[in-house]
Design a protein around this ligand. Structure first.
Ligand code: FMN
Length: 191
């Protein structure tokens, strides 16, 4: 990993499996990405923030900066939201930017930065109509949504459990244009 490496934002929500992001991030760093971890405020309770900062070499941001503060993160070439909570999935689909994490991803949707969203939630939430609409909306915006039997919105009362699809998310990251072509960064945007 060098300053010329493509930049991957890994956005971590307040959901089960958040600590699985450590191995996933290590794998993406091994692949040559420069990784910045961003958590939602709730997500920060699910991970060891100091460990993530050590792992990535970047501060872990959970809140918007103060207006006069400098940008501390490089611009992203791609974003992963994993695990994505029900709450944040619905925010992203509806353009709600009340956390730094949601704001960064909403901006990325708007400027067509490649995004991979992997939700994790229970079947009761997966059966809520807002979730199905949000998945459809994100896909219509060009977002890659990684689902499992547990997180599909179309299986009422079906409860297969299973594990978080880190391997499938990593496979999607490995297929991204920046992973194949190298650095494509531009000037930082304000965050
Ligand atoms: C122990 C615990 C586990 C949770 N697991 C999940 C989960 O797997 N998926 C989910 O959508 N919400 C889960 N929640 C609820 C979310 O943390 C809550 O909806 C929160 O508002 C999400 O905020 P965020 O989207 O900003 O991260 C969990 C909450 C707790 C306390």
């Amino acid at each position: 990993m060098t300053l010329a490496s493509p930049v991957l934002y890994v956005v971590i929500c307040g959901a089960s499996n958040a600590a699985g992001s450590y191995d996933f991030i290590a794998d993406t760093i091994d692949d040559g990405w420069r990784v910045c971890a961003i958590t939602t405020p709730m997500g920060a309770r699910f991970v060891d923030v100091a460990h993530l900062a050590d792992l990535t070499g970047h501060p872990v941001r959970s809140a918007y900066k103060n207006p006069a503060d400098p940008d501390v993160l490089p611009r992203a070439d791609a974003c992963v939201v994993a695990p994505a909570s029900f709450n944040t999935v619905n925010k992203l689909a509806n353009g709600i930017c009340d956390t730094l994490a949601a704001g960064v991803v909403c901006e990325a949707i708007g400027d067509r930065t490649p995004i991979i969203v992997a939700p994790w939630l229970n079947r009761a939430l997966a059966g809520h109509g807002a979730y199905a609409r949000s998945i459809a909306c994100l896909r219509a915006e060009g977002v890659c949504v990684v689902l499992t039997e547990q997180t599909r919105p179309d299986r009422p009362r079906h409860d297969p459990g299973g594990s978080f699809p880190w391997a499938a998310v990593l496979a999607e990251v490995r297929g991204l244009p920046a992973a194949r072509a190298g650095k494509v960064t531009g000037p930082p945007i304000s965050r």
